[in-house]
Design a protein around this ligand. Structure first.
Ligand SMILES: [Zn+2]
Length: 359
């Protein structure tokens, strides 16, 4: 029988207003839980010159063969919900078997959270940055090339009938094709949305190296990667990465939660260079299962519009505080207390089910 998650009644109180607060709370909670703590320090800095790092907390057996890996904040500004979930997990960790560890990677993109951007300091979408060694850092979907002038105009935010013009593309090519072309990942437009980079980024490298070293003894890894934006408001969508020996049906049965397949999910899209796709390469000795969790926030076009306007402001405005930064935060982390409670509840539920039901 799957256990009931012990999500706190006031999950909204676990949301932090900024990276620094989130990091301090995470470190304090890790110490309180008796967890091991490691910080992967970055060269980039926050808006007040503060140092940035990816904090990792380790609960349970040190060389555990079974690892539950929980990652949040690959998309910087989306980190608030995942940070709150991890705080809840540290305050009330799921009971772990003697051969099992729970590893929490707190804010995989600290710069993005600190500066309220989805990407890192190099405008790179880290969830498109985990390419295979020897892969070509080039290319983009043909339809993205056609969309680039509309998606990434070299001007600060202004009213320019974006949604109307995008609707024309959708009418002509189909909305699913347009969505797939935009979100797939592109390696041609360094200032564009969903840019995957020209090389492995510092965050991706540090996280990959740490996982390779620290999880060397793991034979079974169940990874969860928490995002916000996709799906119905406050609802959880679980999407399985298609990996050998791991399928959405068996995951659904074991977790007691509906897990969709990446290729068949009507809401999702296929992505190049995702974190989940890199895990079998990073941990070739282990059986990997990977579930991406999305907590829905706003309609997809509203989220895309918010991303577009913030990206224009960053590259062609003065990059400082602006209404479009607030709009992006609102689109990916609603202030609504009910939404925040639901996000923590859903995040904890998945982590608890994974802790108990993962073989
Ligand atoms: Zn995301």
């Amino acid at each position: 029988m799957a256990p009931i998650s012990s999500a706190p009644p006031d999950g909204a109180a676990l949301f932090s207003p900024d990276y620094l607060t989130a990091s301090q709370r995470f470190r304090a909670a890790a110490a309180g839980a008796g967890a091991g703590l490691k910080t992967l320090a970055l060269q980039s800095r926050g808006p007040c010159g503060e140092s940035l790092g990816i904090d990792v907390a380790w609960l349970g057996a040190q060389s555990a063969p079974k690892v539950r890996l929980h990652v949040c904040g690959l998309h910087g500004v989306e980190a608030h919900a995942g940070s709150a979930v991890q705080l809840a997990l540290l305050q009330a960790p799921p009971p772990l078997a003697a051969d099992t560890a729970l590893v929490l990677v707190h804010v995989a993109n600290p710069w993005g959270m600190a500066w309220r951007r989805r990407c890192n300091a190099g405008n790179v979408d880290l969830n498109r940055n985990f390419l295979d060694t020897g892969a070509s850092w080039s290319g983009c979907p043909p339809l993205y090339r056609a969309l680039d002038p509309l998606l990434n105009p070299p001007l600060p935010p202004s009213r320019d009938f974006f949604l109307l013009r995008l609707a024309w593309f959708a009418l002509r090519h189909g909305s699913a094709a347009v969505r797939q072309a935009i979100a797939h990942g592109q390696y041609c437009y360094p200032q564009g949305l969903f840019y995957g980079g020209a090389g492995l980024q510092e965050e991706s490298r540090l996280l990959g190296e740490w996982l390779r070293t620290r999880l060397a003894a793991a034979t079974s890894v169940f990874a969860m990667d928490l995002h916000t934006g996709l799906g119905a408001y406050g609802a959880s969508t679980l999407i399985a990465e298609p990996l050998p020996g791991s399928d959405a049906t068996s995951l659904s049965q074991r977790l007691g939660l509906h897990v969709q397949c990446e290729t068949s999910s009507p809401a999702a899209y296929r992505v190049r260079g995702s974190f989940g796709s890199a895990l079998p390469r990073l941990l070739p000795q282990a059986r990997i299962e990977f579930v991406l969790q999305e907590i829905g926030t706003a309609p997809p076009l509203q989220v895309l519009h918010a991303l577009r306007e913030e990206n224009r402001w960053h590259h062609h405005g003065d990059g400082g505080d602006h209404a479009c930064k607030q709009a992006l935060l609102a689109a990916l982390c609603p202030a609504d207390k009910a939404w925040r409670n639901a996000a923590v509840r859903q995040g904890c539920l998945l982590a608890y089910r994974a802790a108990f039901n993962h073989s």
